[in-house]
Design a protein around this ligand. Structure first.
Ligand code: PEP
Ligand code: MG
Length: 755
């Protein structure tokens, strides 16, 4: 053995890690390296025994290397799941230090190892991504108590071993596949569809366990300084967010408070510092501490496990501070399926859209803006997938099955084959929708329905022609603001709106003025913290209180129209006065533009979104003031049922196919018809065949929906007899049930409607 590799007797974990690193530089077989590593650890920790056990995929724990026990037991000795002290450590994910191991009730005597003479034992789990994948044990003949420092050092070493094993440095690649290093079994998780579609791709974790590129520090002093600096800037960022300075995508106050509590937590900080002092880089220290927390909290009661998510986020943020990451476009590999607990719309838009195939969420809700963005991007999204993040590893093959509302992780070959044939069927269906592209949506009894599209990004414009929509019923102007790194200027706004009108080539486009606030937060704009953002300072309320932004937007719209037809709509109007005030802003801007010689729009139509219940009781006053209205059913439902559309706990508590919701919609539709005011529905529901069928039955003839809805809704309209549908649905309005979804389905089936 080269002398440089002779194990040194040293109590310093840093020099021990250096020796391990040197051992890795030798081009030996994996097992020889592993044998050398246990020798180094035993020598430097003055232990009589050092053994490494690794978990097999079948749950057994196998002795992979030992210094001190019988060499013949290596690869021969296997413990059943939970067997013996090593099994206990593996199961609990916790270190175990015993002065006299044989007297512990879990001790299991295995004569083949020759461990009779040893009394003291210290074992730590080898953790990867918070899961115990093996156990590292040292033993001493004499009874002795191991110190906290020794326990800590062994944990640092275990973390390094985990990465070296996973990197194929200490076990062969074939063997690695047999180990339980990453979740390996195929899994199917059921959830909810947030955006329709099918996709197959590779998992990319949003909250990524950013594999520390350098585990071992060259200069520990420098690492400590980096860590301290990153913690300081993390704390400052959290304080900023709490103080309402530029926040990161609308985190609730309680979450921020928890963050601050953790960020200030002495235990957390001390663990990080100790990990760095033991010779890890700052990044590796964050990983190690995170992994230990995960292991500990995964055993905890459910309410504490919830906190784990906060810790994970915090660790991620700290890593991003360490890596000096700036907000901007986040690159993705090809065919990426993004995996996240939950996402804000702006976070989703940060990712490189050209490679993004789909989105899987552990939580999330259908009406949240991230789901809306997913639908706008036409990528499938399934959410509410329990335990998702613990069950997927970076790079795993995943199938998003929007139709069946489920995800397959590491699918078996038969699942893949079945999926391929469904893709085929789907593309045939898409071909059928494509054939409908130029067909007008007219019901069997002759009612022509306008099928409009919701849009908001430049990429949507492509889909306008592809789908054959009759126009854009809702252009969400705030999306441009959400993808930008700073406030889009007048010329950037004008340019986008002009491009939209160009592409629409005469088809109507309804531009909605900025609808920010709620869950739509701009990272570069100051926002005050609010207890109830959905009920807070958002949409037109902001526009009227800070009219400069609204004025600039109206100006951009007038310039972009440049003499063409223009339709402007205001979001979240809650009182007729608000509409009047907003309309005055347009009038003033129009006068100003005309005085400067700009052409007036050929026609200028100004409308209100009906998405607050208050308007239902003042439609007689509102309707004469507006040129059109559009029902924002997403928000209207949230306010009608007092259920936050972005909160998964309450998002399912109501059904739009329920008598109160349908009566509210009918009230609006009837009042508009009576006054001759054009009315559309532009919530997400308008894009779902069964819901759209019901809207049609209630009398709505203009529906605006996500692009993927256009084909299916056209097909539904073509197969519907509107009169018969209206008669059937009218009866259901009298029901006392909380939902009449089943009855609507039966009706649609009876009438042979394609839903
Ligand atoms: C709505 O609320 O229904 C709507 C269309 O607007 P948004 O989803 O953008 O709030
Ligand atoms: Mg709305």
């Amino acid at each position: 053995m080269p002398s440089a590799l002779a194990p040194e007797r040293t109590r310093s974990p840093r020099s021990l890690l250096r020796q391990i690193r040197e051992a890795m530089a030798v081009g030996d077989a994996a097992q020889a390296r592993l044998d050398r590593v246990v020798r180094i650890i035993a020598t430097s920790l003055e232990a009589d025994v050092c053994s490494i056990y690794l978990g097999r995929a079948n749950g057994e724990l196998e002795l992979f290397a030992t210094e001190g026990l019988n060499a013949g037991a290596v690869h021969a000795m296997r413990l059943r799941p939970g067997e013996g002290l090593a099994g206990l450590i593996m199961r609990t994910g916790q270190p175990l230090a015993l002065a006299d191991a044989p007297s512990h009730p879990a001790f299991s005597y295995r004569p083949e190892t020759g461990e009779d003479p040893y009394h003291a034992m210290l074992g730590v789990p080898i953790l990867r991504g918070g899961r115990a994948v093996g156990v590292l044990v040292v033993q001493n003949v004499e009874e002795r108590a191991y110190t906290e420092d020794e326990i800590d050092d062994l944990q640092t070493i275990a973390m390094v071993l985990a990465e070296l094993v996973a990197g194929g440095e200490l076990v062969g690649q074939d063997e690695l596949r047999e180990l339980d290093f990453a979740p390996q079994r195929p899994e199917r998780i059921r959830g909810q569809r947030f955006a329709e579609g099918l996709a197959l791709g590779r998992a990319v974790l949003h909250e990524r366990p950013m594999a520390p590129e350098r585990l071992l520090a060259d200069d520990p002093q420098l690492e400590e300084t980096r860590l301290q600096r990153a913690i300081r800037s993390l704390r400052a960022q959290i304080d900023d967010m709490m103080g309402g300075q530029h926040g990161l995508t609308g985190l609730p106050f309680e979450v921020l408070e928890t963050y601050r509590m953790f960020a200030d937590d002495r235990g957390w900080n001390r663990s990080l510092e100790e990990a760095v002092r033991s010779g890890l880089t700052a990044e590796a220290a964050v990983e190690r501490v995170r992994s230990e927390h995960r292991a500990r909290l995964s055993q905890a009661p459910a309410y504490l496990r919830e906190r784990l998510h906060d810790f994970e986020d915090l660790a991620d943020r700290l890593l991003r501070h360490l890596m000096g990451e700036r907000p901007g476009v986040r690159p993705l590999p090809e065919n990426a399926v993004l995996i996240a607990r939950n996402l804000g719309p702006a976070e989703l838009l940060e990712y490189d859209r050209t490679h993004l195939k789909g989105l899987l969420l552990e939580e999330g809700s259908n009406a949240s803006h991230a789901s809306i963005v997913a639908r706008a991007l036409q990528i499938p999204c399934v959410g509410r997938l329990a335990g998702l993040r613990d069950r997927v590893a970076e790079g795993d093959a995943v199938i998003i099955d929007g139709d069946e509302e489920q995800a397959h992780i590491r699918p078996r070959s038969d699942v893949l084959a079945a999926f391929a044939s469904r893709l085929e069927v789907r593309s045939q269906r898409q071909a059928e929708f494509a054939r409908l592209r130029d067909v007008k949506a007219i019901t069997r009894d002759g009612v022509e329905v306008a099928i409009l599209m919701n849009a908001g990004l430049g990429v949507d414009l492509e889909t306008l022609d592809q789908t054959g929509a009759d126009g854009i019923g809702l252009f969400r102007t705030e999306f441009q603001f959400m993808v930008a790194e700073e406030l889009p200027r007048l010329d950037a706004q004008t340019e986008l709106y002009a491009r939209v009108l160009d592409r629409a080539s005469g088809r109507p486009v309804t531009f909605r003025t900025l609808d920010l606030g709620g869950d739509k937060v701009l990272p570069y704009m100051e926002a005050e913290r609010e207890d109830n953002p959905a009920l807070g300072w958002r949409a037109i309320r902001m526009g009227l209180d800070r009219p400069a932004l609204l004025r600039m937007q109206i100006r951009a719209l007038l310039w972009a129209a440049n003499g063409r037809d223009l339709r402007i709509m205001f979001p979240l109007i809650a009182s007729v006065d608000e509409f009047r005030a907003a309309r005055r802003v347009v009038d003033r801007e129009l006068n100003w533009a005309v005085r400067r010689g700009r052409p007036e729009p050929a026609t200028l139509r100004i409308g209100a979104m009906v998405e607050t219940p208050s308007l239902l009781f003042h439609l007689d006053a509102l309707l004469p003031q507006v040129d059109f209205i559009s029902v924002g059913a997403n928000d209207l439902m949230q306010y009608l049922f007092a259920a936050d559309r972005g909160n998964p706990r309450v998002a399912d508590r109501y059904d739009i196919l329920s008598p109160p919701a349908l009566r509210a919609l009918k009230t609006i539709g009837d009042a508009a018809a009576e006054s001759g005011t054009p009315v559309s529905v532009c919530g997400e529901q308008a894009g779902r065949p069964l819901e759209a069928f019901t809207l049609l039955a209630l009398g709505f003839e203009r529906l605006s929906m996500p692009p993927a809805g256009v084909g299916p809704i056209k097909r539904m309209v073509l197969s519907t007899d509107r009169d018969a549908a209206a008669r059937g649905v009218a009866k259901l309005l009298q029901s006392s049930a909380g939902s009449v979804r089943g009855e609507v389905e039966t009706l649609a089936r009876k009438l042979n409607v394609a839903v």
